[in-house]
Every structure is written in structure tokens, then in C-alpha cells.
Design a protein around this ligand. Structure first.
Ligand SMILES: [Mg+2]
Length: 218
């Protein structure tokens, strides 16, 4: 059984197929290419290599390449016209409202982007906390200090908490701490990972019931 759910936001609370996640990935590749003076393809290779280590492109560029323009980075990689990609999702809202456990968001995105996304989806008022990248001084997932600070803030032990995220490299360190994990794998890209997974967020209640993680009083 679980007592709490931590939701990743991007590509978890809205699908990758919305195009918003891929648009941000392309923007990060373009920013990185420009900053490091390499091709966008090379930028993508480097990001893939270092993301599991540093958690975010921002942290990697700061620690390894001296990036100081944090606000310029945040501004350039997060689109403002998100309504072109996503919109109100009443089904998602009902699903979260019906969960009989506490819920928070844990995202490596900046607060402005998180606010924009959650309001656009119409779910901004449903969470105890929205833990964004500033919460642990830009050391987000997969830093252990991020997870332990979140757990102490929500007053839960890792084994009581399910983390739902589309990035295996964020989930595995949380599992290593004793947490429960669920991969959002829309395209089946990680089907060989052996991690428990669902393909879209509205499958969550059935998953929780099937695995006896939650009992719904209906
Ligand atoms: Mg995500």
C-alpha cells in the first residue's frame, strides 16, 4: 500500500505525443549547441550522456561548462505558447481528485513553467506541493538530497511513496532509497527496462488497484 504519490509533470501529466516535451527537448538541444558551439545532433548526444549524471541540462552546463545565464536558459527552453500543445483535462482532474492519498508534483522544471502547465491542464489547485527545480537549489531529480528533502517535507518515508515519472534514470535512484516507482512509457521505448509501467496517466487508478497499492472506497 502507498500513502502518497509524487507526480513528475512534463511527459507524465500530459503525454509526450502532445509535442510539448519534444519541443522543449529541441529547444534544449538548440541552446546547448549554441552555447557549446557544436551541432544540434552533437548537443543531443552530449545531453543524453550527461543527463543521468546531472539530472538536468541546466545543472550539467553550469557545473561542467560555466553557464551562468540561468534565467536566459529557462526562458529560451520553455515555450510560452503551451496552449498550442495542451489544454484543460477534466478527466485528469477527476482522477487526481479521486485518489485517496496525498499528492504533490516533483518536476525538474522552473516554477514559471510548472505554473503555466498546471493551470493550462486545470489542475493547479490539487497538489499539496509543487516541488520545482528551485526547491533544492537547482539540484532536482535524481539527486538524493532532492528526494530526501521532498520526503521530509511531505512527512513520509520512501516506502510509503510512489513516484510516477517518464525518466528511468530518475526512478531508479528513488527505488534505491526504498521508494515505489511507476514509469510513464507512452511509446513502449523502455519496455526492456523491467520497470513497472503504464502508457498514459489515466491508467493509474487501475494500476494501483491491480497491484493493491490503494483501495478505493466507492
Ligand atoms: Mg518528465
Amino acid at each position: 500500500m502507498i500513502d502518497y504519490i509524487l507526480f513528475d509533470m512534463d511527459n507524465t501529466l500530459y503525454p509526450e505525443s502532445s509535442g510539448l516535451g519534444p519541443a522543449m527537448r529541441d529547444r534544449m538541444n538548440a541552446f546547448t549547441a549554441d552555447f557549446l558551439k557544436v551541432s544540434p545532433e552533437r548537443a543531443q548526444e552530449l545531453r543524453r550522456k550527461y543527463l543521468p549524471v546531472y539530472g538536468t541540462t541546466l545543472r550539467w552546463l553550469q557545473q561542467c561548462h560555466g553557464l551562468e545565464a540561468v534565467h536566459r536558459f529557462m526562458d529560451e527552453v520553455h515555450p510560452k505558447n503551451i496552449h498550442a500543445y495542451i489544454g484543460k483535462n477534466p478527466g485528469l482532474r477527476r482522477m487526481i481528485e479521486d485518489l485517496p492519498v496525498g499528492v504533490s508534483v516533483l518536476t525538474n522544471s522552473p516554477p514559471e513553467h510548472a505554473e503555466r502547465i498546471l493551470s493550462e491542464l486545470g489542475i493547479e489547485d490539487l497538489f499539496d506541493h509543487v516541488f520545482d527545480i528551485t526547491f533544492n537549489d537547482y539540484n532536482g531529480k535524481p539527486y538524493e538530497s532532492c528526494f530526501t528533502k521532498v520526503l521530509s517535507t511531505v512527512a513520509m518515508e520512501a516506502h510509503q511513496v510512489l513516484l510516477v515519472d517518464d525518466v528511468p534514470d530518475y526512478l531508479i535512484p528513488f527505488r534505491d532509497l526504498g521508494g515505489q516507482i511507476l514509469l510513464m512509457d507512452e511509446t513502449g521505448r523502455h519496455r526492456d527496462s523491467g520497470l513497472p509501467s503504464i502508457r498514459e496517466i489515466l491508467e493509474l487508478p487501475d494500476y494501483l488497484m491491480e497491484h493493491q497499492l490503494i483501495s478505493f472506497q466507492r
